[in-house]
Design a protein around this ligand. Structure first.
Ligand SMILES: Cc1c2[nH]c(c1CCC(=O)O)Cc1[nH]c(c(CCC(=O)O)c1C)Cc1[nH]c(c(CCC(=O)O)c1C)Cc1[nH]c(c(C)c1CCC(=O)O)C2
Length: 398
């Protein structure tokens, strides 16, 4: 397949830097300095005193099937093939930055890329989502897992590098990985699940084996994120714990946070200045946030910001603000199915509530889905920026 014809946004960058499939790796490894950062709003949202005109805006799953230009590529390529081709992955990452005036690009990849490289056989099937052919059934299966061959993840760093070059400093670049618990849940359930009974059986019956896998994933995820920053040029990282809400806060604190702590600490030892955002979806209990706030390394926070879903309580919000951490979120993406009146109203309410802190990044409560409309997404971006500016101006007048 001639994938090169799909490289529309990236074309100019490739020509300018004379990058070809043959020399990409070598160019990246010998590269010195990325273009100067013109828009640093997302990184600045982690510093209380950075200059501020409005809150930054980006959206989870901003690259994906709701964009016709993504569907065009996807019609010809398998999902993991798009992730593994750094040119295509960079092109798809850039697509939403052409459509909307967003302040960050998040690298096009998937949380399942890492377990795929650790021995899990994963495909993404239409309508079903991820399907794993060799799930972990009993603790004996842990032997099937192996650390990823570092070579096999280089394509992700290549894609980040190409994207960072092409962005020309016009917005920040975010790297990511799945949280150990969520990745483990896929590895055991064999795909998406409603009940999560298999992974719960592991956690409560095969506890030792579960903790062993969680720790292995934590260590490998940290290395992966460090490389996304140091090799690829990611400026912020986010950890997606999509299934955090499947177990009670008590168990999350006892069984899950210790592995996250390993991940955070390993990462921060190598990348102390790169902001880290944690997304523990549907796990907004104040007790969990307090545990995260307690985690430090060299007296510096391990978690710099929290991606929040729409159910967050005022008590939890106050803890985060008092802890001087950044808030990201949290408009229910379903609101964007509504008419402009309700969309604008909900954005206004979100900003009134969350922009009370300088450390705020506008986002959704979870990802965009294939049924979102490009024009409504555009309205979200534009209206969030407009209202954020107005809110800031009002604050100055008061
Ligand atoms: C749980 C999870 C996964 N992947 C991810 C999560 C955590 C966030 C969340 O809770 O949504 C994270 C993810 N997946 C993808 C990104 C890319 C960057 C972005 O635009 O945000 C990110 C950040 C691309 C993708 N990952 C996937 C797609 C759809 C693949 C396709 O085009 O067919 C995309 C664009 C596949 C995937 N991958 C996964 C699922 C459940 C699916 C199927 C969902 C679907 O079909 O929409 C696992």
């Amino acid at each position: 397949m001639d994938y090169q014809k799909h490289l529309k946004i990236l074309k100019e960058t490739l020509e300018q830097h004379k990058i070809t499939p043959e020399n990409l790796r070598e160019k990246r490894k010998s590269f010195k300095e990325f273009p100067k950062q013109i828009n640093n709003r997302v990184v600045d949202a982690f510093q209380s005193f950075a200059p501020f005109d409005r809150a930054p805006v980006w959206m989870m799953r901003q690259a994906g099937r709701y964009l016709p230009e993504y569907r065009e590529i996807k019609a010809e390529m398998d999902f993991f093939a798009t992730c593994q081709n750094p040119f295509i992955a960079a092109e798809i990452t850039l697509q939403p930055t052409k459509q909307f005036d967003i302040d960050a690009a998040i690298i096009f990849s998937d949380i399942l890329v890492l377990p795929k490289m650790m021995g899990m056989e994963i495909t993404i099937e239409e309508k079903k989502g991820p399907v794993i052919a060799n799930p972990l059934v009993t603790p004996d299966d842990i032997q099937k897992l192996h650390p990823p061959n570092p070579e096999h993840l280089e394509h992700v760093y290549d894609a980040l590098f190409l994207t960072r070059l092409a962005l020309q400093g016009k917005c920040n670049l975010i790297g990511f990985c799945g949280a150990p618990w969520t990745v483990f849940a896929y590895m055991v359930e064999g795909g998406s699940s409603k009940l999560f009974s298999k992974v719960k059986k592991w956690l409560y019956l095969y506890t030792e084996g579960s903790l062993q896998v969680l720790e292995l994933l934590a260590k490998e995820s940290a290395k992966y994120l460090i490389n996304q920053v140091k090799q690829g040029g990611a400026q912020v990282v986010q950890i997606f714990d999509s299934w955090a809400g499947q177990i009670p806060a008590l168990d999350y604190i006892e069984f899950i946070i210790p592995s996250l702590r390993i991940l955070f600490e390993d990462f921060k030892k190598e990348c102390p200045d790169t902001p880290l955002i944690m997304f523990s979806k549907d796990q907004n209990d104040k007790k969990v946030i307090i545990e995260f706030l307690k985690l430090t390394y060299n007296d510096k926070p391990l978690v710099d910001g929290f991606q929040l879903d729409s159910n967050v309580s005022d008590e939890t919000l106050i803890k985060i603000i008092e802890g001087n951490r950044t808030i990201q979120g949290n408009l229910e993406p379903g609101v964007l199915f509504g008419n402009p009146v309700i969309i604008k109203k909900r954005i206004s309410q979100m900003i009134e509530k969350l922009q009370t802190t300088r450390r705020y990044i506008v986002n959704l409560a979870h990802g965009l889905t294939p049924d979102h409309e490009v024009e409504k997404v555009r309205l979200f971006v534009q209206e969030s920026q407009r209202q954020s500016k107005l809110y800031k101006a009002k604050e100055i007048l008061e």
